[in-house]
Design a protein around this ligand. Structure first.
Ligand SMILES: [Zn+2]
Length: 92
């Protein structure tokens, strides 16, 4: 006969569904938290004039991340700090 019963098959299906929905829930929560942090950091500090375009202000809030050629860590180009190594190109 077959090596599996209907109950085992059903159980496997339920486990797979639980993992699938659990993963979806997890990614959803992560995305929500990320969105939450982003909106909070944007609303906390008003910058520029009030009549500035939303798209333009959002563009200003984004800081370009540049990779340190020595240590490989990413730092904001506006406030780059040394990682501590002597040959690090950034001040600190
Ligand atoms: Zn560095």
């Amino acid at each position: 006969m077959f090596g599996f019963s209907l109950q085992k098959l059903l159980f496997t299906g339920i486990v797979i569904a639980a993992i699938f929905y659990g993963f979806r829930w997890f990614t959803e929560m992560q995305a929500r938290r990320e969105r939450d942090v982003r909106t909070r950091s944007n609303g906390g500090k008003p910058r520029g004039s009030a009549n500035a375009g939303a798209a333009k202000s959002a563009e200003q809030d984004v800081e370009t991340m540049i990779e340190c050629t020595v240590c490989g860590s990413f730092v904001a180009s506006g406030s780059a700090r040394s990682c501590g190594r002597e040959d690090c190109p950034y001040p600190g």
